[in-house]
Design a binder for this molecule. Structure first.
Ligand code: MLT
Length: 239
């Protein structure tokens, strides 16, 4: 298989595309679906979120809005995965707009298989990808407003590392420069992910907002057996 770090206009569409926003959108999506949410619909803008969710019965919807790490006024929840408990989200459709993560999902929605990954559901994603055997796999790291982010890159590295463990080191995998660098980052920090998140610029932003518990949770690996998969444009359900 070929692994690559990001979408490029000259690259043919991959068989499978994975959106990653460890802090915190894809961690929240995985957690919500594991807690029984019916689905999560991602929006770039808050206006679209509000208009579309209006048509949904109020007792079966939750609006999640985040900008700059903070909850958007008028939404039910911010983007904390820890808020997505079964009593709040089970059976509900989540309408979600966040600073970067939901945009990443919108960007890759044309691939035949689109998944949302974080560290918390890494193992489940890897098992799913191995069963599908895509010839090409893209991982799109959301970053922060278009720039590189440590936490998303290290998660891409964690996924590649687990894939290679299963495929065997002699497999004929080929990763582009970003994929190789992501793997090296993960190899260096794999036992100290929380420490890495303390150095990440968005990690520091969340810490300034008093969200250490979110950081701790987002840095934990392989705890949820859930694969969020796109079933309609930018709508994710449990595979
Ligand atoms: C984002 O989409 O930028 C994030 O998920 C921000 C956050 O809520 O921490």
């Amino acid at each position: 298989p070929q692994f690559s770090g990001s979408e490029s206009p000259t690259t043919p569409a991959p068989d499978c595309a994975i959106a990653i926003d460890v802090l915190r959108a894809t961690t929240t999506i995985a957690t919500a679906l594991a807690a029984g949410a019916e689905s999560v619909q991602a929006f770039c803008t808050l206006e679209e979120l509000m208009t579309t969710s209006e048509a949904w019965p109020a007792d079966r919807r939750i609006r999640i809005g985040e900008r700059g790490g903070k909850t958007v006024e008028g939404c039910d929840l911010g983007n904390s995965p820890l808020d997505c408990t079964p009593d709040r989200v089970a059976g509900k459709r989540l309408f979600m707009s966040t600073t970067n993560g939901t945009r990443a999902l919108q960007t890759i929605q044309s691939a035949p298989v689109v998944l949302a990954a974080a560290l918390v559901n890494r193992r489940a994603i890897v098992d799913f990808v191995l069963a599908q055997q895509p010839a090409t796999l893209w991982m799109t790291a959301s970053g922060w407003e278009g720039s590189f982010s440590l936490e998303d890159t290290v998660c891409a590295g964690a996924i590649i590392s687990a894939l290679l463990e299963k495929l065997g080191q002699d497999s004929d995998w080929f990763g582009n420069d970003e994929a190789v660098a992501a793997l090296a980052l993960y190899d260096q920090w794999r036992d100290r992910l929380l420490q890495l998140f303390h150095q990440a610029s968005h990690g520091q932003r969340l810490l300034r907002l008093g969200l250490l518990e979110d950081l701790e949770y987002c840095a934990s690996q392989d705890r949820l057996d859930v694969v969020p998969i796109q079933t309609a444009p930018a709508v994710l359900t449990r595979a």
